[in-house]
Write a protein that binds this ligand. Structure first.
Ligand SMILES: [Zn+2]
Length: 416
């Protein structure tokens, strides 16, 4: 079997076109070096004329256990509380097979759209136990070699105090069952500060990274980020800690915001911003001066915090929309977080992989050949138009291809 593939005439980020030789699952050579490489002669060939060739994307924050539940679990209020209640009411209908079926469909869409790594949260709490988490760890094995799947135990509230005993036990069970990361949502706890301490300690004791849903509210009084940075620094979890959402950081005065951003940078805490779900859920009940539900992306970037962008919820009670598409997330980061296009794309590729602790991928010799080719003249067009016309490679093999046929009648001839 030939293990070599020559991607012909691909458009690269610098605007030039080049052949790219793939061998042994990695990018072997580009341009003239690819043509001169003896392996190119016998390689399979794939014509990428008209395609922008990019590193594959990584989703740093999904909820595959809830994916595609929107119709089964309606959320009439459209806010976070309504979504949490809608999912709780649906737990009884979510057996392992159901979770696997919906999650599989979402993951295959993700792969077709260019994701080769996904971190998903799974609810671990009363009513669902570790059922979803186990379904997703099963899926992790089945997706191996296609998508690197990380499963976060999203521990239910409360975890603090005597009432939290049950959820603490379930978290331990989830770690035992193979959770990759410890998670939770301290704002929902009776004692949010205690919840932060308990969850960071649990991650440290289990030897796992921690990724918490933090401050997912526009209420500036709910502000746990500083404490999270202290706990992470105190336990030496630098580079293994992620704060997801961080909405209320965007509602602080500029000085407080900068100070906390510096604390996050010093502690080695990464931040994941989730534009679509937070734009959808936050700011309801504020018909004027409606706050934008994102975190303070610019301030975080200026202070050197690692910031990635994710999709969060894929058509469920938290977000009825979502194409499961890195180009959509990047587009939202341009519009709602004011990132330049290239920076937004890095937030869903290089920086998302860094948050997940994965080695980088690039269209460069030596890199694993996890790549996405999308029909577009350049990156701006790729993010703006997000053509479905894509080819996805994992480890040098084509794992998804979507073809688009478009017929449009011509306009009338110009008058002579
Ligand atoms: Zn989430």
């Amino acid at each position: 079997m030939i293990d070599h593939l020559l991607l012909e005439r691909a458009t690269l980020r610098d605007g030039g076109t080049a052949d790219v030789l793939i061998a042994g699952g990695r990018v072997a050579a580009l341009g003239a070096a690819a043509a001169a490489d003896p392996r190119a002669a016998g390689a399979d060939r794939l014509d990428l004329a008209g395609y922008q060739l990019l590193p594959a994307a990584a989703e740093p924050h999904a909820h595959l256990d809830k994916a595609l539940l929107a119709h089964r679990a309606p959320n009439p209020s459209g806010d976070l509380t309504g979504a949490v209640n809608a999912v709780r009411a649906a737990y009884a209908t979510m057996d392992g097979a159901d979770v696997r079926t919906r999650a599989t469909e979402a993951l295959r869409t993700a792969l077709a759209h260019g994701y080769t790594a996904v971190r998903t949260h799974a609810d671990v709490t009363e009513g669902i136990g570790t059922r979803s988490l186990r379904a997703l760890t099963d899926l992790r094995a089945r997706a191996s070699g296609l998508i690197d799947l990380q499963v976060v135990a999203l521990t239910g509230a409360p975890v603090s105090g005597a009432l939290g005993r049950h959820n603490r036990r379930l978290l331990a069970e989830a770690v035992e069952a193979g959770a990759d990361v410890v998670g939770g949502a301290p704002a929902l706890d009776l004692n949010p500060r205690a919840a932060v301490r308990i969850l960071v300690a649990a991650a440290d004791e289990a030897g796992l990274p921690v990724d918490l849903h933090l401050d997912e509210t526009t209420d500036p009084e709910m502000f746990l980020l500083r404490l999270f940075a202290e706990e992470v620094a105190g336990r030496g979890l630098s580079g293994r800690a992620t704060a997801s959402h961080c909405v209320s950081l965007g509602q602080q005065d500029p000085e407080t915001c900068r100070e906390v951003c510096r604390a996050l940078a010093d502690a080695g805490v990464a931040v994941v911003t989730l534009p679509q779900t937070n734009l959808y859920l936050q700011g309801r009940g504020r018909p004027t001066h409606t706050p934008r539900g994102l975190t303070a992306v610019a301030a975080l970037r200026e202070t050197g915090v690692l910031v990635a962008g994710g999709g969060d919820n894929w058509r469920d009670p938290f977000n009825p929309l979502g194409r499961i598409d890195p180009f959509e997330t990047a587009s939202l980061l341009v519009a709602a977080a004011h990132l330049p296009v290239a920076d937004a794309w890095d937030a869903v590729t290089a920086r998302a992989r860094a948050v997940l602790g994965l080695p980088p991928v690039a269209v460069a010799p030596g890199s694993p050949a996890d790549l996405v080719a999308i029909r577009a003249a350049d990156l701006d067009e790729a993010v703006a138009a997000a053509s479905e016309d894509r080819i996805v490679l994992r480890g040098g093999k084509v794992v998804a291809r979507t073809r688009v046929i478009r017929d449009v009648v011509p306009l009338q001839e110009e008058a002579p």
